[in-house]
Design a protein around this ligand. Sequence first.
Ligand code: AMP
Ligand code: MG
Length: 411
Amino acid sequence: MQGLTSLEDARKTVLDSVRPLGLEKVGLLEALGRVLGEDIIAARDNPPWDNSAMDGFAVRWEDIKQEHAITKPAVLTVIEDVPAGKAATRSVGPGQAIRIMTGAPVPKGADTVVKVEETEPYGDSVRIFKPERRGANIRPQGEDVKKGDCIIAKGTQIRPAEAGMLAILARSFVFVYQRPRVAILSTGDELADLDERFDEDKIVNSNSYGIAAAVQEAGGIPFLLGIARDQPSALKEKIAHGLNADILVLSGGVSMGDYDFTKAVFKELGAEMHFWKLAIRPGQPLAFGRIQHTLAFGLPGNPVSSMVTFEQLVRPAMLKMSGHRSYGRPVVQAAFQEKFSKRPDRRHFLRGILSLEGGVLKVRTTGEQGSGILTSMVKANGLIDVPEHVERLNPGDTVDVQVLSGQFWAR
Ligand code: AMP
Ligand code: MG
């Protein structure tokens, strides 16, 4: 449709104007969810030496390889008993064995470990009832990690597995990308904040809280700037407080109404501005640009529109700033369960409920899809992405769904 900007173009403009933030050093316990700002190179092998996978006896395979082990067990002299955390002082010679614990270094001379369950004490010796294969029950040096290899790449988000690996590599501190600081401002004379007494004719400012939570969920640090009244001077003053942040997110006042000043004030305060009528629904009008060093987004005021446009544009910008290498939610394909029709002009994001039924991923809408119906977001675990050109959907049609929460997998 003429005059409307596609979401792809808008996303490209946003992402092209974002650079990853600088790095900071954090302790391993604070690193969960952060994005690594350095390649993690192994300074040594893991395991650092060949070690035993079992409690048992380190032996020479030559000595135990006989075929009729059960009726004619090998008998080996036990020359040392090595407790956990210690290494053997002697090496295993012909006819000898050393008793070792799981994880202990394999003594020199030995090439095989026999589990304690396959043996029986026999005076100062041990009887071995199983002809193990050569090398059995030994975890070779470097089987997990080889010295010099890049084990975790820069740009990886730290999960419990990475945290454990960092500990193995003796990294108690790591460099991660800084978290984006996001200032949040709501606009509108009709709004009242949670901590105010207000009349029945006011609307509670919900956007600031929904957006702040979305910022936190995306790994950022939110700051609430409160509510700006619908006057250019009030708006300018509040915005000025947000210009230390990496990102400023306003909601409301971006339409063409008499009290919609966001676009004009953005222009007065800064240089390059982009103002779009996005070819999406919900969330048509959107202002975006850079004011000094801060990326400024003017999102539509309707609660659902502000959340959906945050998802599509602000979140990707935050993820890029945070050092991530991909900026979208996971997208799955699911079988649509309803009938739906629209004009072939804009891309729609229907709030959807994903479910896994008999191994098939299905999705239905949350019901009424008005942009003021925030319960549609409350019920949703996905956004059904209906492309511009599509006019109708029928039950069973395959649709793309942006996954907002993975709960539906849990059964
Ligand atoms: P606007 O874009 O300013 O015309 O606002 C569109 C609609 O969204 C109006 O009904 C507003 O009352 C509502 N709205 C705007 N800002 C907020 C907010 N912070 N919290 C809840 N509703 C809002
Ligand atoms: Mg308004």
